[in-house]
Design a binder for this molecule. Structure first.
Ligand SMILES: [Zn+2]
Length: 130
């Protein structure tokens, strides 16, 4: 299991595909790679596969991991104590502007895919664990 420490959280990436973001107060968010029609369409639109036929389970896991890493990367770069959206989910209190953060993370994911950048590696690098 890979554990990153970034943006006020520990991000645990398990071999099963599960990513858990934990905070110092004990709250956490679990993210499993989805495989719904919507998840698959998102994966193709973000560039994790050329089309639905070529989309693999590994690509869906990568999309999920990079998404969770993306929340932490943006929070860190912006100097926020944590991702307001993920912490809101962890606390059961949605941040009112969560859609803005979600759109930013998805845009960063697409940009990273187009540029050939691994966001988990970016998270590792800026966390100082490179
Ligand atoms: Zn998100």
């Amino acid at each position: 299991m890979l554990t990153l420490h970034l943006a006020g959280s520990s991000i645990e990436m398990d071999a099963s595909g599960l990513t858990t973001t934990l905070y110092g107060d004990g709250s956490f968010v679990k993210a499993w790679p989805g495989d719904s029609a919507e998840d698959r369409a998102r994966a193709v639109s973000l560039g994790y596969a050329r089309n639905d036929t070529s989309l693999t389970r590994d690509s869906l896991v990568q999309m999920s991991r990079e998404h969770e890493a993306g929340h932490a990367i943006l929070a860190s770069v912006m100097g926020l104590p944590h991702s307001p959206t993920l912490k809101g989910v962890a606390d059961g209190r949605y941040w009112p502007h969560w859609q803005a953060e979600e759109a930013a993370v998805l845009a960063v994911q697409r940009y990273a895919r187009m540029a050939g950048v691994d966001l988990v590696e970016v998270a590792r690098r800026i966390s100082g664990q490179a």
